[in-house]
Design a protein around this ligand. Structure first.
Ligand code: 13P
Length: 251
């Protein structure tokens, strides 16, 4: 057992209306009140203002799923860290595989966003993870190392305290196929070694590395039991209290 505390985050992706989001946030706030871990809800941009007052003062942090790489200006369709800060957002998820692969975000762009979010005092959940064909080609470590190193380029040791890494194998996202706890643990241990090389053993020991990809009430505890798995980034199962709360309170 490490000294790290568990961090269970819900990535609500592009789901829900304001009324639905308010209902979910209200139920989560009530049901997680006695939860022992660190929690996050990351709704769509349009829902943030609705969810903010509901989670304020609770043990659920407020997150966003992306941000622009610039502070402000002529960037049609983008949302700035300044606007997110104005809404009370504390954490930004960056480099999600859906951003990388469906919207063609590369490591340089993600790195720019990471540095900007850190500069404005946000906690960043930096997502990394390989495609199925990369796993089959034996490239898991290369891909995860590259995404970690490039994602964190120029991030200082002090800023690293505000970084959380989420290992999300792309083939496990929304597919019902979870990585086995052993396979996930191997990658988490490897990523921690990469952090040790970049920032030293102490920083590596402290950094939270979440697992994401079809986390469910049925598999959460086995995943969390692994030495280097410090929490979860949950998609589908974060949309209902019946599935998110048991994950958040895994025994
Ligand atoms: P699922 O839990 O739906 O597989 O999604 C994982 C994810 O992408 C969280 O960011």
């Amino acid at each position: 057992m490490s000294n790290r505390s568990y961090y269970i985050a819900g990535n609500w992706k592009m789901h829900m209306t304001r009324a639905e989001a308010a209902k979910l946030a209200t139920e989560l706030a009530a049901q997680l009140k006695d939860g022992k871990h660190k929690y996050l809800a990351a709704p769509s941009f349009t829902l943030i203002e609705t969810v903010a007052p509901i989670v304020k003062g609770t043990n659920i942090r407020l997150g966003a799923q992306n941000c622009a790489p610039e502070e402000q200006g002529a960037h049609t369709g983008e949302v700035s860290v300044l606007q997110l800060k104005d809404l009370g957002v504390q954490t930004v998820i960056l480099g999600h595989s859906e951003r990388r692969h469906n919207y063609k975000e590369d490591d340089a762009l993600i790195n720019k966003k990471v540095k900007l979010a850190l500069k404005h005092g946000f906690e960043v959940i930096l997502c990394i993870g390989e495609l199925l064909e990369e796993r089959e080609a034996g490239k898991v470590e290369t891909v995860c190392e590259t995404q970690t190193v490039k994602g964190l380029e120029g991030v200082s040791a002090a800023e690293l305290a505000n970084i959380v890494i989420a290992y999300e194998p792309v083939w496990a996202i929304g597919t019902g196929k979870t990585a086995t706890p052993e396979d996930a643990e191997a990658v988490h241990a490897f990523v921690r070694k990469v952090i040790a090389r970049l920032y030293g053993a102490d920083a590596a020991e402290k950094i939270i590395i979440q697992y994401g990809g079809s986390v469910k009430p049925e598999n959460a505890a086995q995943l969390m039991a692994k030495e280097n798995i410090d929490g979860a980034l949950v998609g589908g199962a974060s949309l209902k209290p019946e599935t998110f709360v048991p994950i958040a309170k895994f025994a």
